[in-house]
Design a protein around this ligand. Structure first.
Ligand code: BYC
Length: 317
């Protein structure tokens, strides 16, 4: 096919692709897709998968110190769920043409991004409550919408992930509610976790719409169905009544209910802090990368054993 025909052919395919998206059908791995759609999805899905895996670290930090056997069992199950989420999303991302070890290399070398929220430390048990309630709560708001996104493998992975995130969210809220019924010291611990995690959780939704370079493409292709600011507002509106119910104060002096818009107005996010964290200079970025690299190195024997086992089985078969 000569150059002119290739261009015409791609033009026609793009028209069909856009029509498919407009009709609400999903794009599947073997369907034709514009190169930029593939690249944007691969960027977003791999970052999402990395976030799930790095997200295991701050919570894993508390497994040995959970205050009871039941809390320990729940936390282990949650951390294990996050590994599963990483696996589903990496598998989905692989359908776009990059294998998991390449994605992992990009993460371990510090070239790939992962959610800013995991670059903050977990200093007390109440942080396990704040992460489950706020961080998983933010993830649910974001991911419930992604479950309807245009790329089939990503949308389907989100359905199961959201179900598990709902459990995580409830256990986090229950930890906070329990502490808020406890001693003054426990209440102070819960409030301190709230104070440290509130603003970083709002940052999870990404930069404000006017500074979000990827949103244009992603909204056009229905990968994103809402803007960063829309989802952030949805999270704020649903979380404030939950905080009030258990007696926690939101650390925002500008927070007010706006009876005209019927939404909460809230203060300005510290975007300088956000930019520092996503550029690798947050409180824990270096530690997280080291922990991830160490975990990979220490897991070499597991990968070797799995490879030996599968080649042994292949010989028997
Ligand atoms: N952190 O143009 P924008 C979880 C980057 S896991 C770091 O608005 P986009 C959980 C962005 O990547 C939660 N980087 O981007 C796990 C871009 O940089 P590049 C993870 C961020 O893609 C374990 C630049 O800033 N969820 O919940 O349109 C335990 C400009 O941004 C962040 C997902 O990944 C950030 N917060 O929108 C517990 C959901 N925000 O790539 C819980 C899927 C922005 O151009 N992802 N950046 O160099 C998304 O929904 C979207 O990718 C985002 C960003 C809303 C995050």
């Amino acid at each position: 096919m000569d150059q002119k025909n290739i261009i015409e052919d791609n033009g026609q395919r793009e028209i069909e692709f856009d029509a498919k998206i407009a009709s609400g059908k999903t794009i599947e791995p073997k369907d034709w897709m514009p190169e930029r759609y593939r690249k944007q999805l691969l960027r977003m899905m791999s970052q999402h998968a990395h976030s799930e895996v790095i997200g295991m670290l701050p919570e894993g930090n508390w497994i040995t110190r959970a205050p009871s056997l039941a809390r320990k069992a729940i936390l282990i199950a949650k951390v294990q769920d996050e590994a599963g989420h990483g696996l589903y999303i990496y598998s989905g991302a692989e359908t776009l043409g990059m294998n998991r070890s390449e994605m992992n290399e990009l993460l371990m070398s510090g070239k790939a991004k992962y959610s800013s929220i995991f670059n903050y430390p977990t200093l007390s048990w109440a942080d396990m409550g704040a992460i489950g309630w706020l961080v998983d709560g933010a993830a649910i708001v974001n991911q419930t919408v992604l479950a309807k996104c245009s790329y089939g493998p990503y949308a389907r992975a989100m359905i199961r992930i959201c179900k598990e995130e709902n459990f995580h969210n409830k256990q986090g809220y229950q930890i906070m509610a329990y502490l808020m019924r406890g001693t003054d010291e426990q209440k102070a611990m819960a409030q301190d976790a709230m104070n440290r995690f509130w603003w970083p959780t709002l940052m999870m939704f990404g930069p404000s719409d006017k500074n979000s370079p990827n949103s244009g493409d992603l909204l056009k292709w229905k990968v994103k169905l809402n803007t960063n600011d829309d989802l952030r507002q949805r999270f704020v509106d649903r979380t404030i009544p939950q905080a009030e119910t258990i007696g926690l104060t939101i650390p925002d002096k500008d927070l007010t209910w706006n009876s005209e818009t019927r939404h909460y107005d809230f203060g300005e996010i510290d975007w300088a802090e956000f930019n520092e964290v996503i550029s690798g200079n947050g409180p824990c970025n270096k530690m997280r990368l080291k922990q991830r690299n160490d975990a990979h190195k220490n897991g070499q024997w597991v990968r070797d054993a799995a490879t030996a086992y599968s080649s042994k089985r292949a010989k028997v078969a």
